[in-house]
Design a binder for this molecule. Structure first.
Ligand SMILES: *Cc1c(COP(=O)(O)O)cnc(C)c1O
Length: 494
């Protein structure tokens, strides 16, 4: 019996995992959700004896049930290999009373690699299973991290092409260099004369353009999306929570069966939803602590039960969390309604028309698993500085938002449960913010000087991802206006 995927907005939809991976989003605009959350079939003791790939298989096989054992194991083996700079794939580092789960050891040194290393393999396997002969063309708009992680994942993967649009003046220097130096004949990177929303809107338009879809179908192509609402991104993210827990057991940091709290720096709500699913699978997770930056829509939601996006968008030092619509929250809302698609559709309709909605008191009860906190820019910088001064450990700005939330949580509750903080980016990716948080004097240094200095004071080698861009050739010089995004894609597929 296959586990089927339903739409959060229409109870009649039911598709297999491979179909949900290929489609990304439901036709009704809803998100695919598993009809039930499966339980882990192995004990945490058994899982603690396995390596990352074996744990990944145990978790993912419960969700992606229409893949054969060999298909899924091949996807996993192709994803979690030497691309990661550590055998452990997602190592834990203990500092100042918490375990930092380092999710940045992949090719682009941000946690997006955890899912985007495997998504291309899940997608081509899904295409083959569904007799799709077309090549898959991934269209992505990015504000920085997703674009590079998707490019690195899809580069030179047979049967795929990828086009990434970024706001040409709206990403950091390192992020831009990472993208425009991308290798692979099947990749195309385009700087758009507009902001991230313009890029996003342009891409959405192409997904809805029937004439364009027919035109490229004639050439043997079809579009797909790699964004974080794809269940092919969500499911691989459940794995590292199971892995983290079982490492704590294996290393006798906790007894088997003890609870573990998790703190997740949150933007689109994908990463923390994966932790929630891990808990629902039976992993002994206590609190799910949701950390926001100054764009604290989620903090307010957990406080009041009202989700309200009508507010000023704030640019912070943790840009990957600068989000006012957390798309994946729709899945939690669906579960809070008791998997009621009609009720969920109504909330989403309200969000669309008025920018806000309020959940019912019964739904609020279901939020007890979560605690919400947020960190101001000052608090974020202060945590980076004090953690470094007290322990020598340097964390990036996104992780620092979580570390600040954790300090606030401890103060508020005196909960002493072992706690894992999801560490979502390497400090090298956000070197300027990190270094100036430690000492303002560093602001005078150039980008690569800062990186050398960070390596020295943190006593960590410069990641390959940074060395790579230092001398790499610029391969992507295309820039275009918002209006010309479509013709850029047509040219690329000619
Ligand atoms: C994407 C991202 C986040 C936010 O993750 P969500 O799944 O969108 O909540 C946090 N930190 C970094 C570094 C990211 O790239």
């Amino acid at each position: 019996m296959n586990l089927m995927y339903r739409s959060t907005r229409d109870s009649k939809v039911a598709v297999k995992a491979s179909e949900a991976i290929l489609k990304g989003l439901c036709d009704d605009g809803g998100l695919f959700v598993p009809e039930r959350i499966p339980a882990l079939q192995k004990t945490t003791k058994e899982l603690s004896e396995m390596d990352y790939r074996a744990v990944a298989y145990e978790v993912m096989k419960e969700f992606i049930t229409d893949f054969t054992e060999e298909e899924l194991k091949t996807c996993i083996a192709n994803a979690y290999d030497e691309k990661f700079d550590t055998e452990e794939i997602a190592p834990l580092t203990f500092a100042d009373g918490a375990y930092y789960l380092e999710l940045f050891h992949g090719r682009t040194i941000a946690f997006k690699d955890m899912a985007l290393s495997i998504l291309p393999h899940l997608m081509i396997t899904s295409a083959r299973k569904n007799d799709i002969k077309n090549d898959i063309v991934i269209l992505t708009a990015t504000s920085g991290d997703t674009g590079k992680a998707a490019l690195a994942g899809f580069a030179d993967v047979k049967g795929t092409k990828i086009v990434v649009f970024f706001p040409k003046d709206g990403v950091s220097n390192v992020q831009k260099l990472q993208m425009i130096t991308q290798k692979g004949d099947n990749t195309k990177v385009v700087g758009v004369d507009g902001n991230f929303d313009d890029c996003q809107t342009g891409v959405k338009k192409m997904f809805g353009d029937e004439a364009l879809k027919n035109e490229i179908a004639g050439k043997g192509y079809q579009f797909s999306s790699a964004n974080s609402i794809n269940i092919g991104r969500l499911v691989p993210q459940i794995v590292y929570y199971v892995y983290a827990y079982t490492r704590l057991v294996k290393n006798e940091r906790i007894a088997d069966g003890d609870k573990m709290n998790v703190v997740v720096p949150t933007g689109n709500f994908g990463n923390i939803l994966a932790a929630y699913y891990a808990k629902k699978m039976g992993l002994p997770i206590g609190k799910l602590i949701c950390a926001s930056n100054e764009n604290k829509v989620l903090f307010d939601f957990f406080e009041t039960g009202v989700y309200d996006r009508n507010r000023k968008f704030i640019l912070t030092s943790s840009p990957s969390m600068d989000i006012l619509i957390s798309s994946n929250l729709e899945r939690l809302i669906f579960h809070l309604t008791g998997d009621n698609a009609e009720a969920t559709a109504k909330f989403m309709e309200e969000l669309k028309s008025s920018g806000k909605y309020e959940i019912t008191p019964e739904m609020k009860e279901g939020l007890k698993d979560f605690a919400g906190f947020y960190a101001s820019e000052d608090a974020t910088a202060e945590v980076i500085k004090s953690l470094y001064e007290e322990t020598g450990y340097v964390i990036d700005t996104h992780t620092a938002v979580a570390a600040s939330a954790y300090r606030q949580y401890c103060k508020a509750t005196s909960d002493e449960t072992a706690t894992v903080i999801a560490s979502t980016a390497s400090p090298f990716k956000f070197a300027r913010s990190v270094m100036t948080a430690i000492d303002k004097k560093y602001d005078e240094l150039g980008d690569f000087e800062l990186i050398d200095e960070l390596s020295k004071i943190g006593n960590v080698a410069i990641p390959e991802a940074i060395n790579e861009i230092k001398n790499a050739d610029i391969r992507h010089k295309t820039e275009c206006s918002v209006e010309d995004m479509k013709s850029t894609v047509q040219d690329f597929l000619r």
